[in-house]
Design a protein around this ligand. Structure first.
Ligand SMILES: Nc1nc2c([nH]c(=O)n2[C@@H]2O[C@H](COP(=O)(O)OP(=O)(O)OP(=O)(O)O)[C@@H](O)[C@H]2O)c(=O)[nH]1
Length: 312
């Protein structure tokens, strides 16, 4: 561990309605008045989890019941380089009270109203606006009409993030599929990323682009889109996704799948290690179902990405 890097834990306390707790840094600290996630420096001899439990007890007077590693970001401030070890906290005992004179506010990540945020926290808040389930289009296997009908059902049931994949479709059909997916998604406030290029995403009026690992490897800068996702299978690909400034990654295959029986998988232990070290949120893909969101979160996933499972 680099001695010049200050280890910090930060907790994203999340209500069932998705709001997260932000705290205003009290007078006398660097960046006083800026909004941050509750947390603080890890003390000598503490594990990250010990530090999290202690900070939330000291700062908010609550006892953590369930926490999950989420992402880890290194940020260089003029005063220090910090490694921010973020946890999601979905359950706690007690009601948060400001024990250290801070002001608190529950905020919706997609529309944060308090300002200014700590500089390191802008990508964190953006990441938190990503929903827990991502559906990957299946028009190749279902047929376009059947896929679109199932898309409407999934949107009505709450799906809010879609990747249009179906790479084997002729380009004009794919563009039509992407446009139609965007049109339907917009009615529900859902976002659509198109697999391939920023040009195709723009032509479809989509919210962003999704790159496979090979396409991400060819990028030296972030594609010019509001949202960028990348498909990854190992630590190097995750590092490249983060290096080009992607907003999130899919990491696969987590578990055996029907389409690739017997193929090597990451398993949850490897997945957890890779996700915890990633500076961007990671969705688990492969052998997972919608009901696996809670399990996946305990393994450090932001959520689950589904092929067939999103449309059944
Ligand atoms: N708690 C917290 N710290 C953050 C966040 N984002 C971020 O850049 N930081 C940085 O991480 C460091 C945390 O240090 P701190 O000063 O809050 O820690 P602490 O309460 O243990 O400090 P103290 O012992 O100096 O009072 C600061 O440099 C802060 O700017 C965040 O969301 N939460």
């Amino acid at each position: 561990m680099n001695a010049a890097v200050v280890e910090v834990v930060a907790a994203v306390l999340t209500q069932p309605d998705g709001r997260v707790l932000l705290a205003q840094r009290p007078a006398g600290k660097v960046y006083a008045g800026h909004w941050e996630f509750p947390g603080g420096k890890v003390e000598a001899g503490e594990t990250l989890e010990d530090a999290l439990v202690r900070e939330l007890r000291e700062e908010l007077g609550i006892t953590v019941s369930a926490d999950c590693r989420w992402i880890t970001r290194v940020f260089e401030y003029p005063h220090a380089t910090v490694r921010l070890n973020f946890f999601r906290v979905f359950a706690w005992q007690g009601t948060p009270h400001p024990h250290e004179g801070q002001v608190f506010s529950w905020q919706r990540p997609e529309a944060v109203e308090v300002t200014p945020l700590l500089p390191a926290n802008f990508p964190i808040v953006k990441a938190l606006s990503l929903p827990p389930v991502l559906g990957i289009s299946q028009a190749e296997t279902l047929g376009a009409d059947s896929f679109l009908a199932r898309l409407d059902v999934a949107l009505a049931e709450g799906l809010r993030l879609i990747q249009v994949r179906d790479k084997s479709l002729p380009e004009d059909e794919r563009l039509h599929l992407a446009r139609e997916t965007v049109r339907r998604a917009r009615r529900h406030g859902a976002r659509v990323l198109v697999n391939g290029s920023a040009d195709l995403a723009q032509a479809a009026d989509a919210d962003g682009v999704h790159l496979d690992a090979a396409a991400a490897a060819r990028c030296s800068v972030r594609p010019d889109c509001e949202w960028v996702g990348v498909s990854c299978h190992d630590a190097d690909e995750l590092a490249q996704a983060a290096a080009i400034g992607a907003d999130f990654a899919l990491l696969s295959p987590v578990l055996p799948t029907l389409t690739h029986p017997g193929a090597p998988t990451l398993g949850w232990a490897r997945f957890s290690a890779l996700a915890a070290a990633s500076p961007i949120p990671v969705y688990g893909l492969g052998g997972l179902a919608r009901d696996d969101v809670a399990l996946a979160r305990t393994r450090g996933a932001h959520g689950v990405a589904l092929l067939r499972g999103a449309w059944t």
